[in-house]
Design a protein around this ligand. Structure first.
Ligand SMILES: [Zn+2]
Length: 432
């Protein structure tokens, strides 16, 4: 138990670059009122200094500069080391140092590890005691519905419900919707003005309102009068969960449609093609995607890295082996991503490299191949194998959870309401 729990939370004010906190001493039930204290008896029992770790300096150097005794300095770092590596604190991290007593002594130190965790160090006996405190988050469910006027992205980011959310969080919501529906609809070709959507998105939020984790619980996309559904469910023994249609069929396929988010096809799979560098007719047993150099390349399916090499024609390339005899290859990379050593497991959508023009390439692009049973196949023509449906043992629970999640959607206005509103306000597709 902390000997300092009798203090009210400090009230901070920033002055001359350093944060200085003055606090009255008192029991829990007595809130000190600074203005009423007799000047003679008023004392400042705690002084807080805030230091920022600049790049090139360490936590240890900051402590050293504050003139701690060598043994004290050593013990403090030792206690910190039980929670995190003191040499690996990112620059910009704030260190709060609380000084107390007369003569003044360092009593407490707080170091923010990241947005969610803070290491607390407290003087205990002759040494220091450390603990890691995780910030409290709140969970809410964002319910929203909208109509598409130009793109799904524009429609979602302009939702009033997302107005106060940081833009990175809005992007995460759109990316998730896009990911979930990518196999059922081609967003660039099939989406129409007047299509609508509604979704329930569960968020774990920090005190500043930003999202720590988020999960799309349920979504409906109405495309030309046809409803597409994606309901999240976690089968027993599965740690990430998946999305299913109302019948419990997976909306996911074993492979993503394309290994790049923003790219267009510059060359398709063919058995005969004129090669621009070799100036001969050669087969092109893959699909080329033109993209900016450095664009992240994603593994289209879950698997294991089978090869990671450099060759004259492919340049820097990487092969991923998947279940059922499938293999995918990604070539002309500028660089491989971390965590892609041979034999590493990769998840679907995991970034494995970056677009480049190594090997035989006239410009930055990704050459993507898919093989089955050792033979190259056309990734655009293959009927991508479906993800597993809800297991039969989980059906009962699935039906209950599906109905609850679907209910969240049905509470929102649906496509019929949009049409009525549109007629009433005389909207005619001119945008918001
Ligand atoms: Zn190619």
């Amino acid at each position: 138990m902390s000997p300092w729990t009798g203090f009210a939370p400090p009230v901070a004010s920033r002055a001359a670059g350093a944060l200085v906190v003055a606090l009255g001493l008192g029991a829990c039930d007595r809130t000190p009122e600074a203005g009423l204290l007799d000047a003679v008896h008023a004392r400042v029992p705690e002084r807080v200094e805030v230091h920022e770790i600049a790049s090139g300096t360490t936590f240890g150097q900051i402590l050293w500069a504050r003139g701690l005794e060598p043994s004290d300095h050593h013990n403090l770092l030792l206690a910190f080391g039980e929670q995190a590596n003191p040499r690996r604190i990112r620059s910009g991290t704030e260190v709060h140092m609380r000084w107390r007593g007369d003569p003044e002594r360092l009593a407490r130190v707080e170091v923010g590890l990241d947005r969610d965790r803070t290491v607390h160090l407290e003087r205990a006996g002759g040494g220091w005691r450390s603990s890691t405190v995780t910030i409290a988050t709140t969970t809410d469910t964002l319910l929203a519905a909208g109509e598409i006027r130009s793109s799904l992205w524009t429609a979602v980011v302009s939702l009033a419900e997302l107005e106060s959310a940081p833009s990175a969080d809005r992007d995460r919501v759109v990316a998730r919707l896009d990911r979930v529906f990518q196999w059922q609809i081609d967003f660039s070709r099939q989406l129409r003005v007047g299509d609508s959507f509604r979704f329930a998105f569960e968020r774990e939020r920090r005190p500043d309102g930003s999202m720590r984790t988020g999960r799309l619980l349920a979504a409906e996309l109405v495309n030309r009068g046809r409803s597409l559904y994606a309901i999240w469910f976690r089968p027993e023994g599965d740690d990430s969960g998946d999305w299913y249609d109302l019948e419990g069929q997976s909306v996911r396929r074993a492979f993503l449609k394309k290994p790049l988010r923003l790219a267009y096809i510059s060359s398709r799979f063919t058995n005969r093609r004129f090669h621009p560098i070799l100036r001969t007719w050669r087969a092109h047993r893959g699909v080329d995607y033109a993209a900016d150099s450095g664009s992240p390349v994603e593994a289209t399916g879950k698997g294991v890295i089978a090869r990671r090499e450099v060759s004259d024609s492919y340049g820097r390339f990487i092969d991923v082996r998947h279940a059922n005899g499938y293999l995918t290859r990604y070539a002309h990379l500028r660089a491989w991503a971390s965590g892609t050593a041979v034999a590493s497991s990769v998840a679907q959508g995991q970034v494995i490299g970056y677009v480049g023009m190594t090997g035989m390439a006239t410009g930055p692009h990704l050459h993507y191949e898919m093989h089955q049973g050792g033979r190259p196949i056309d990734p655009l023509a293959v009927d991508l194998p479906a993800g597993d449906p809800v297991p039969s043992a989980d059906r009962e629970r699935w039906r209950r959870e599906r109905d609850k999640r679907l209910d969240l959607l049905l509470r929102l206005i649906g496509p019929e309401t949009f049409r009525v509103q549109q007629a009433a306000t005389g909207l005619n597709g001119g945008g918001r």
